[in-house]
Design a protein around this ligand. Structure first.
Ligand code: NAD
Length: 265
């Protein structure tokens, strides 16, 4: 079978570079091109700290989508709607890792999924997706006597909070309790907050250093506490998962998919 052609958006970003390295690790995929807002005309491999690939960085996202079987997007929420529209108009599988999307951007992603395969995940690692399944199960088994709190820590450059992964874990806990996360989420506590409400799911975000991503889901009951933790050692785990999703999605029917489907969890 021919190598799957993977295009990379935001190729000079932390995740974009990791995705380029993750494609280079595989024998069944090639980089079809890469787009950024800077480094135009530079060799894509060199931008990612690898050997030269003989392809240059461009700012032409449409040409990238046309030349690819799947395009991987770890950029900014504001860029997502335009990229989703290009995926739909060019018939290209679209892998969305960017977090912190607003309603309009999310609607554009959902709209694209009507005509092309879209894999969207707030976290592309195997470990976190397994953790989400465990959290769903724990929340189902433990009654409302257990308070659920989610603590996350990320590097000092992260711009959104709580992290997309913390929200993913919150949704898994809410599903286990048959409630909607939006109805029970406590996303910021400061000052005189009053007592904790039974059944709510609390979030706390820490920022500092170069932490790739730590998440703990706490189930705090009376005289006992369960803590489920995942620690990302390096962002390559997300990049490899996103590339796996790209290979899985290329040529699949249109639809919105998540990592649970890609990983068969
Ligand atoms: P970053 O700031 O290092 O990189 C983002 C890059 O996108 C920058 O280089 C920026 O110039 C570029 N960019 C912005 N708009 C663009 C556009 N229109 N076209 C092309 N490039 C554009 O950020 P990062 O740490 O790589 O994270 C990027 C996103 O990925 C964030 O939303 C982050 O939360 C998310 N993320 C998701 C996962 C996951 O598993 N889903 C893992 C890590 C990070």
């Amino acid at each position: 079978m021919a190598d799957v052609r993977i295009g990379v958006l935001g190729c000079n970003g932390r995740m974009g570079q990791a995705v380029l390295r993750a494609v280079a690790e595989r024998a069944d995929a090639v980089v079809s091109g890469a787009v950024a807002r800077s480094h135009i005309g530079e060799d894509v491999g060199e931008v990612a700290g690898m050997a030269r690939l003989g392809i240059v960085v461009t700012n032409d996202a449409e040409a990238l989508f046309k030349a690819s079987d799947a395009v991987v997007d770890f950029t900014l929420p504001q860029a997502t709607a335009g990229h989703a529209n290009l995926a739909a108009s060019t018939g290209t599988a679209y892998i969305v890792g960017t977090t912190g999307l607003g309603r309009i951007e999310q609607e554009a992603v959902d709209m694209a999924a009507r005509s092309v395969p879209v894999v969207q995940a707030a976290n592309f690692s195997l470990g976190v997706n397994l953790l989400a399944a465990l959290v769903r199960q724990a929340a189902r088994v433990l009654d409302g006597d257990f308070d659920i709190e989610i603590v996350e820590m990320h590097h000092r450059h992260k711009v959104d909070a709580p992290s997309g992964t913390a929200l993913l874990l919150g949704r898994a806990a809410a599903e286990g309790r048959d409630v909607r996360l939006d109805d029970v989420a406590d996303r910021g506590r400061d000052g005189h907050t009053g007592e904790r409400e039974r059944g709510h799911i609390g979030f706390a975000a820490l920022r500092g250093g170069d932490v790739a991503g730590d998440h703990t889901v706490l189930f705090a009951g009376r005289q006992e506490r369960i803590e489920l933790t995942h620690k990302a050692g390096d962002r390559m785990i997300f990049a490899r998962g996103a590339v796996k999703a790209a290979l899985w999605a290329a040529g699949r029917p249109a639809g919105k998919y998540g990592m649970a489907e890609v990983l068969g969890l």
